[in-house]
Design a protein around this ligand. Structure first.
Ligand SMILES: [Zn+2]
Length: 303
């Protein structure tokens, strides 16, 4: 499931390829994918330009000028493919759904024909992704978006705000609090584990029991990990993005992701996989052990 760094990677790729394009035609191949009938959807979007591509948490927002926006959730396997000057460029998608071949394919749900001979194919293998046509007022009132916590890399995400957002959680494990989109926008299973490892915090630790030094470390770790992941285009290689020359990936820098049973990159202890908050969770029993936390607290105070 794409998290903030992967969706931000898609946003930047779309920004570079389709921003400013005029929608000349739209074909809805699977009607449940959009929240309007194909006829209504067609009338609402054709003739408009994609003036901006924004992101909020894991959601993409395509501004169509005036009062119209397309709210896109990629969910598990949503994939965007841009056909431009005879080339196909794919963004996002499940590893097995990312085979870029002739478009449209059997997973194509919506096709946007754009100006300057560009075509945007919206594919989704598992049928969880959605596009919603919304007005500015509907966007502002969207309960999912308005309930979301601050963007991790924005100035709004201060330590004080983080503490305030965590105050709703008592005995729930800290990992559950991080997965809740109302705490910080865009963190999912992979980056929650990465952040807790960098912060030397056991993912099962009850949220209310976190000490001030731990909260400080975790806040700092969230910003460090997500900045690093965005810089490396998320866990995009090779499944998430395929533009023919893109090779950088956070996978080459991950601390725990995909490393269960392998040595922890910090201490060499084998990374364990457990279940926390209903999710498969990787952690290092040494670095993230309670007794290590006082040690790392001393370390971080020296930094
Ligand atoms: Zn370790």
């Amino acid at each position: 499931m794409p998290e903030m760094p992967e969706v931000e990677t898609v946003r930047r790729a779309l920004d570079a390829t389709v921003r400013g394009a005029r929608i000349e035609a739209v074909t809805v191949l699977w009607p449940p994918f959009v929240n309007a009938t194909p006829a209504v959807f067609n009338t609402a979007v054709v003739g408009h330009r994609i003036t901006a591509i924004r992101r909020r948490g894991k959601a993409l927002i395509l501004d169509l000028g005036g009062d119209r926006h397309l709210l896109l959730h990629l969910k598990m396997t949503g994939q965007l493919v841009v056909h431009r000057r005879g080339r196909l460029v794919a963004f996002g998608g499940h590893p097995t759904a990312n085979i870029v071949g002739p478009m449209p394919n059997s997973w194509t749900r919506v096709v946007f024909t754009l100006s300057a001979a560009r075509t945007l194919f919206v594919n989704d293998q598992r049928k969880f992704a959605r596009i919603r046509l919304v007005t500015t007022a509907e966007l502002a009132a969207d309960p999912f978006l308005s309930g979301m916590g601050p963007e991790a890399l924005s100035d709004d995400f201060t330590l004080a705000v983080f503490k305030q957002r965590l105050a709703r959680f008592r005995s729930a494990p800290i990992k559950a609090a991080l997965l809740d989109q109302a705490t910080v926008a865009g963190i999912g299973n992979i980056y929650a584990d990465e952040c807790l490892h960098l912060a030397h915090i056991d993912p099962r630790q009850p949220t209310a029991s976190l000490k001030p030094a731990q909260l400080l470390r975790l806040h700092k770790a969230i910003r460090t990990i997500l900045r690093n992941a965005v810089d490396h285009c998320g866990t995009s290689y090779p499944s998430f993005i395929n533009d023919g020359h893109h090779r950088d990936s956070y996978l080459d820098h991950a601390r725990l992701f995909g490393r269960q049973g392998q040595p922890c990159p910090v201490c060499g202890t084998l990374v364990k996989r457990i279940r926390v908050a209903g999710r498969g969770t990787n952690y290092c029993p040494h670095c993230q052990h309670q007794t290590m936390q006082s040690k790392s607290r001393r370390q971080s105070s020296r930094e």
